[in-house]
Design a protein around this ligand. Structure first.
Ligand SMILES: Cc1cc2nc3c(=O)[nH]c(=O)nc-3n(C[C@H](O)[C@H](O)[C@H](O)COP(=O)(O)OP(=O)(O)OC[C@H]3O[C@@H](n4cnc5c(N)ncnc54)[C@H](O)[C@@H]3O)c2cc1C
Length: 284
């Protein structure tokens, strides 16, 4: 019982980001834009290749490298956003690993398809007998009450007359049920299956007793245009609280990765630790 693991917030790791191949970029300017007034084709206030890439793409369209308007990369991208020419944002792509989110969240996350790639932890291949559970944000206050009344997960803590003990008891039961079904099904699996396949065969059915708050992990790849749409849909007050927390976390990371692309969002606190993001430039 002491092995039951609980998660109170997501982990979001940026594991890949845009970068220029300067040999090619410099060769292009030497060949076609010898008089370019912009260093390497973009304004030097761009703090990352993520911010600079859409400017290079946009300037390539209009061949506007030689006489750039003043205002820098920030003004250039503000203009792109205000006129809705968002396709150039698709050239900046980031890779993330996301942990500490529930299967109910991942079910919503994967609905975002345009400009996004997803790989998700396999519940058939990976043993879930010590899986963690994500506490839904609305239950965190019950979790805090419970933590103040006991030192950890124990039989006594489950018997405390607190709402969180009831929730936890259900999760302990889910894990016990998963273990029972896995053991039973591994023995009953078709005899001709090799050992790894027998375990997969058992787990694919045993996982049916795991709840939606079971933790999952995702490798998530998205371009800046898709990231903006995801943030607008999911950091909204109308979205589910857990995915809103993830979307706000992604926005905060992106404001450091590409501040000019994501500068137009306003964060408003809806309640303690619960934020909403809004922008005047929706769906560029
Ligand atoms: C508050 C909230 C409640 C929701 N409730 C439900 C619900 O009850 N049931 C439910 O099933 N879903 C629900 N959803 C999910 C929602 O309907 C979308 O599936 C999800 O938000 C993905 O967004 P998207 O459709 O814009 O797709 P994305 O993949 O993010 O696409 C971005 C944009 O690209 C364009 N696009 C993408 N695919 C196509 C295509 N095939 N053809 C043409 N254009 C395309 C569209 O303009 C789209 O908006 C909800 C979402 C939110 C935010």
């Amino acid at each position: 019982m002491s092995e039951l693991r609980l998660i109170t917030e997501p982990g979001v790791y940026v594991v890949g980001r845009p970068s220029f191949a300067y040999a090619g970029l410099d060769a292009y300017f030497a060949d076609r834009h010898a008089g370019c007034k912009l260093e390497r084709g973009y304004h030097d206030d761009a703090v990352s290749a993520g911010d600079a890439m859409p400017e290079v793409a946009g300037r390539m369209c209009y061949q506007s490298f030689t006489n750039p308007r003043p205002g820098g990369n920030a003004a250039y991208l503000d203009h792109i956003k205000s006129v809705g020419h968002g396709s150039v944002l698709e050239h900046s792509v980031w890779n993330f690993i996301i942990t500490g989110v529930s299967r109910s969240l991942s079910h919503e996350l994967i609905r975002h398809r345009a400009g996004i790639g997803v790989s998700e932890l396999s519940q058939r291949y990976v043993d879930c007998s010590d899986v963690a559970f994500v506490i839904p944000p609305a239950l965190l206050k019950y979790h805090r009450d419970w933590c103040e009344n006991c030192g950890g997960i124990s039989a006594e803590a489950l018997d405390l007359a607190l709402p969180f003990s009831e929730w936890l008891g259900g999760r302990v039961d889910s894990l016990a049920e998963y273990a029972q079904w896995t053991d039973r099904l591994v023995k009953d699996a078709p005899a001709d299956l090799p050992a790894t396949e027998r375990r997969k065969w058992a787990r694919q059915a045993a996982r049916s007793v795991l709840p939606e708050c079971t933790e999952t992990q995702l490798f998530w790849t998205a371009n800046a245009r898709a990231l903006r749409h995801f943030i607008e849909m999911r950091a909204s007050r109308h979205a589910d609280q857990e995915i809103r927390r993830l979307a706000v976390c992604v926005l905060r990371l992106m404001q450091s990765e590409a501040p000019h692309l994501f500068s137009d969002y306003t964060l408003t606190e809806l309640g303690p630790g619960d934020w909403e993001a809004t922008t005047p430039h929706r769906k560029v």
